[in-house]
Design a protein around this ligand. Structure first.
Ligand code: SF4
Length: 322
């Protein structure tokens, strides 16, 4: 299963795509620019979509009669219904989305920590909430992979995002096959990776093939469970269990010094001194040497395209505002 499905990712349009911010600017985002080669983006700017234009006067979220409203103080316009209508239309015309990258701190697109002012007026307190458009999208697609653009500057979060988005896109393509055998192939291909994220749920998911033969029921279970498994970051103990599982296949062909090298790496990994990628690479090379095709093909070793990783590593620029 060497080919990668192209994830379909919604994105706030001001990130790399368009100069549609309130001040007429665009945010350069190197990660998004590189990803364009590997994913299909669906860029949207809800504020321009409701006719505000760019540049425009700022808008904010305000509590009115206990409800969250989208309000433009300079014009005294209440934009709540317009934004709900825009969100509904966006969702109707984009039925398939694997994930979304949202702009942080926007009353429309932010997913956390957006200011919700207690009342109309200048000096008022505020709580933290999510933006009005992002809230609608996430209510409609509770299982999509979501991130805000700034968190994606963190390498660990970024790799987790890429892993999830490519596996979920792959599952979407298998959904169209109507074949239980194909779903089993998907499970087998991703099993070691899923085990590292949530051992218990992964084993429960696999057991469905023993009790169920309806494609629709199995697919439904996969659509709910795989995003749940992958929502957890990699766990150290399940990861070591998975490494040891592979090691058991190859150890008969290893010298004593190679085995003790492996044990010292595991020790270092347990104590946060060694990266999991170091051990994975070593195990992959041993699996190659032993000709263990079923291990070599596991998505654990390459959950997303290697060239994407190389492109990201080659790139120096990280984040700048025009
Ligand atoms: S944050 Fe959302 S609404 Fe604001 S400019 Fe960007 S895409 Fe448009």
């Amino acid at each position: 299963m060497p080919d990668y499905s192209r994830p379909i990712i919604g994105i706030s349009k001001c990130l790399e795509f368009d100069m549609c911010r309130y001040d007429g600017s665009r945010i350069n985002n190197n990660f998004v620019r590189i990803m364009k080669k590997y994913v299909d983006f669906v860029p949207t700017c809800p504020e321009v979509g409701i006719g505000l234009g760019s540049p425009r006067k700022p808008i904010r979220l305000v509590k009115i009669k206990g409800q969250k409203n989208l309000y433009q103080p300079s014009t005294k316009k209440n934009l709540t219904q317009d934004m709900h209508n825009f969100t509904k239309k966006f969702l109707e015309s984009n039925a398939t989305i694997d994930g979304f990258i949202f702009k942080r701190d926007s009353p429309t697109c932010g997913i956390t920590d957006v200011r919700l002012y207690h009342k109309l007026g200048e000096s008022t307190g505020f709580d933290k909430t999510s933006g009005m458009f992002s809230e609608g999208v996430l209510e409609h697609f509770p299982n999509i992979v979501k991130e805000d653009e700034k968190r994606l500057n963190n390498i660990t979060i970024r790799e987790h995002f890429l892993t999830r988005i490519f596996v979920i896109a792959n599952l979407r393509e298998f959904s169209n096959t109507e074949s239980v055998q194909k779903l089993f192939e998907f499970y087998s291909h991703n099993m070691l990776l899923l085990l590292c994220h949530d051992e218990k749920l992964t084993l429960e998911l696999g057991s469905i093939f023993k009790t169920e033969d309806s494609f629709t029921i199995i697919l439904d279970c996969f659509k709910k469970t795989v995003p749940k498994i992958l929502s957890h970051p990699i766990q150290i103990i399940p990861m070591i269990d998975t490494f040891n599982y592979i090691f058991n296949y190859v150890k008969l062909k290893l010298s004593e010094s190679e085995k003790s090298h492996y044990y010292s790496l595991i020790d270092g990994f347990e104590n946060n001194l060694v990266l999991h990628s170091e051990i994975s690479t070593l195990l992959y090379s041993w699996a190659l040497r032993c000709g263990l095709q079923s291990i070599i093909e596991q998505s654990l070793f390459n959950p997303f395209p290697k060239n994407l990783l190389l492109d990201l590593m080659e790139s120096k620029k990280e984040y700048s505002v025009l």
